[in-house]
Design a protein around this ligand. Structure first.
Ligand SMILES: [Zn+2]
Ligand SMILES: [Zn+2]
Length: 350
């Protein structure tokens, strides 16, 4: 049986990556999602995996129920929606947090901190986490998560909608001012987006701290790259330090690198279970530091990220190191998780 959208014939089943149980993954045929109120059905054209998917597969997100269709970095085109606001054929990118819209945090625009997290009946959704995501041919997406892709932004670039928001929000958290020295810790995809965005926002000097092949590839994205083993030489130098490495060691380094009166934004360890020890509190107190956490991308910041992308202020295409059809997901997954050939982002084409 086929359902007819205004532009395309939609099959009743689709191929999707399915996390069947913790540490068990397959590409399966599953029912194509049915349109629901407040949602649009998106034909996924470009979809990526990231380290968070590894945590989901390992069963580290208690709110994820198996079997689960993952995928939270994707773009595609609308095939069905219930309102005229999102006509078929509209090219969209997706941000992943959708708040309930009525709790105190949502009302202040911080829907990433929604007090009704995981409660689907309130309207909350965390796409690819608490609801099915975009590592599939089709995804049912709450319209609140959709961003129209600017002209000239491809589907592959649009798959970075959420990542760009994450990176941009961290810099906004850190109140980056023109001409400042910014240190970014972490040479993964988000760190490399943030390095470019820091330049776009007028940073005076951008230092990227990381390691290995990924750092070497990124040399021209910063004014200076420093191997994390040599990071001690940056102690006390930065106006703003933004950390996306996700380790306690990186957080300690970040706090040490800030100049007195500087700001530190910690954005890497978004899951529970990483403790910070070995920090002399006087560094923070007597240093008068702002040490800030940064989670995801609230307040629609992704749309500003897409604008900078459209203006070519940030290049995400170069961070896509590998491409695979969705059906060979396991090969793509190994390439990413084993960081083969310095893999940064692996693009799946459903
Ligand atoms: Zn991600
Ligand atoms: Zn809420």
């Amino acid at each position: 049986m086929l359902r007819r959208g205004s532009a395309l014939v939609i099959p009743t089943t689709m191929r999707a990556v399915v996390f069947r149980a913790p540490n068990e993954v397959a590409v399966d045929n599953v029912p194509t999602p049915q349109l629901e109120a407040g949602h649009a059905l998106v034909r996924v054209r470009a979809s990526m995996v990231c380290a968070t998917d590894q945590k989901i597969l390992a069963g580290k997100f208690p709110m994820t129920r198996f079997p689960h269709v993952p995928g939270h970095e994707f773009a595609g085109e609308i095939v069905l929606s219930e309102t005229g606001d999102w006509p078929a054929g509209t090219r969209v990118g997706v941000e992943v947090h959708v708040g309930c819209g009525t709790c105190d945090r949502c009302r202040e625009g911080m829907y990433t901190l929604c007090l009704n997290y995981g409660k689907r009946e309130t309207g909350h959704a965390h796409i690819g986490f608490t609801i099915a995501g975009g590592l599939a041919e089709y995804a049912l997406v709450p319209v609140a998560a959709l961003h129209v892709l600017p002209d000239g932004v491809s589907f592959e670039e649009g798959a970075w909608t959420d990542n760009l928001g994450v990176a941009l929000w961290s810099l906004e958290r850190g109140r980056l001012a023109g001409g400042e020295h910014v240190v970014l810790i972490g040479s993964g995809a988000i760190g490399l987006c943030a390095a470019q965005l820091a330049r776009a926002l007028g940073a005076g000097r951008v230092t990227l701290v990381g390691r290995g092949e990924r750092l070497r590839r990124a040399k021209d994205l910063a004014d200076e790259v420093v191997d994390s083993a040599e990071a001690a030489r940056l102690t006390g130098t930065a106006d703003l330090v933004v950390e996306f490495a996700g380790t306690a060691e990186a957080a300690r380094q970040a706090i040490a690198m800030a100049r007195r009166g500087g700001r530190v934004v910690l954005g890497g360890s978004t899951g529970a279970g990483v403790e910070l020890s070995g920090v002399d509190l006087s560094t923070i107190v007597r240093g008068n530091l702002d040490v800030l956490g940064s989670l995801a991308n609230p307040k629609g910041v992704s749309s500003r990220g897409l604008e900078l992308l459209a203006q070519k202020k940030v290049d995400v295409a170069r961070l896509i190191t590998h491409r695979f059809p969705l059906v060979v997901f396991e090969e793509a997954w190994r390439t990413f998780t084993e960081r083969r050939e310095g893999a940064i982002r692996v693009m799946l084409q459903p």
